[in-house]
Design a protein around this ligand. Structure first.
Ligand code: IPM
Ligand code: MG
Length: 354
């Protein structure tokens, strides 16, 4: 049996992971994979029950699992807690604790949703890119100081640190992924200013020597942000550090029209974790209107990368394509002339399409 830990988290995380598990059960029935599920808490929900956003028991259960399906965490209610108790701490605990060094965020443009893109149709049509974001290093995890006083003035600081092995590991994964895509890697850095970026670029160039059939170019992050909206079709795989990847992946997500459809995979050495890239949307939680597609597509990535079942993953992706082509839309992507459906209804339609 393949053991999947399901962490719904907070807000709409509860509803959308429930949908994704229903879809996985259907796929399991059809493809005879043999999957079992165990639900665990994280984020504000875990804080309410156990006084901590991520317990050791939950982390241990994830370490032993074949894959982790994660919803979202966070909410106004917990915003005023001290940093170490805030829901986001669960995300960092899982990333570090499971060694999730690579975050894969694909952006796909669905022809049916092209009118929802903020960019001109002709710019967006056909773009298909993957951001490979380093996830357990850099300024997110470097030494920091929340507050200190120097010469009578309060200041705070964070540190960007990258080692050669950390850069090598993420770069290799990016090149290997590019090999099975369109064979192009764009490395994004700020090597004109930052020392850690200059090392990044040097290591990327070294690693690239082992992949002669993959084309490599480099962009500074400010230019990359601009190129993403000027000409997204130029990109295949973008590899970048933790903070630049955070920023660029939100930008890339809306190229396709809605962040509600975007899945992600966080790859670890042993276990990997799959989650939609949107947040817990407390404003619409509990109303049954959230779009579960990002989470369902994350479950498809789980099948592909953790269980090696590309066939089952494709079945889910095709079922979503079909659901959109048939005109079903959740509130976030609804426009006049289409059929408006809630979370449960759209889940049932996707299941029927599998
Ligand atoms: C993301 C999110 C997180 C991040 C937040 C919630 C801490 O924005 O996964 O992109 O910054 O990594
Ligand atoms: Mg982000």
């Amino acid at each position: 049996m393949k053991k999947i830990i399901v962490i719904p988290g907070d807000g709409i995380g509860q509803e959308i992971t429930a949908s994704a598990v229903e879809v996985l059960k259907k796929v399991d029935e059809k493809f005879k994979i043999g999957m079992e599920y165990e639900t665990r808490d994280a984020g504000g929900t875990s804080y309410e029950k156990f006084g901590s956003p991520l317990t050791d028991e939950t982390l241990d259960a994830c370490k032993k699992a074949d894959g982790v399906l994660f919803g979202a965490v966070g909410g106004k209610k917990w915003d005023s807690l001290p940093v170490h108790l805030r829901p986001e701490k669960a995300i960092f605990g899982l990333r570090k604790g499971l060694g999730l060094f690579a975050n894969l965020r694909p952006t796909k443009v669905y022809p049916e949703l092209i009118n929802s893109s903020p960019l001109k149709k002709e710019l967006v049509a056909g773009s298909d890119l993957l951001i490979v974001r380093e996830l357990v290093g850099g300024i997110y995890f470097g030494p920091r100081c929340e507050s200190e006083t120097k010469d009578g003035v309060e200041q705070a600081w964070d540190t960007e640190i990258y080692s050669v092995p950390e850069i090598e590991r993420i770069t290799k994964l990016a090149f290997e992924t590019a090999k099975i895509r369109r064979g192009k890697v764009t490395s994004v850095d700020k090597a004109n200013v930052l020392a850690a970026s200059r090392l990044w670029r040097k290591v990327v160039v070294d690693v690239a020597k082992n992949f002669p059939d993959v084309e490599l170019n480099h962009l500074y992050v400010d230019n990359a942000a601009m190129q993403l909206v000027l000409n997204p079709k130029q990109f295949d795989v973008i590899v970048t550090n933790n903070i630049f990847g955070d920023i660029l992946s939100d930008e890339a997500a809306v190229i396709g029209g809605s962040i509600g459809l975007m899945p992600s995979a966080s790859i670890g050495e042993f276990t990997s974790l799959y989650e939609p890239i949107h947040g817990s949307a407390p404003d619409i939680a509990g109303q049954g209107i959230a779009n579960p597609m990002g989470t369902i597509l994350s479950a498809a990535m789980l099948l592909r990368y953790s269980l090696n079942r590309d066939d089952a993953a494709k079945a889910i992706e095709t079922a979503i394509d079909r659901t959109l082509a048939d005109g079903y839309r959740t509130a976030d992507i609804f426009t006049d002339g289409f059929k408006k459906v809630g979370t449960n209804e759209v889940t049932e339609i996707i299941i029927k399409n599998i």
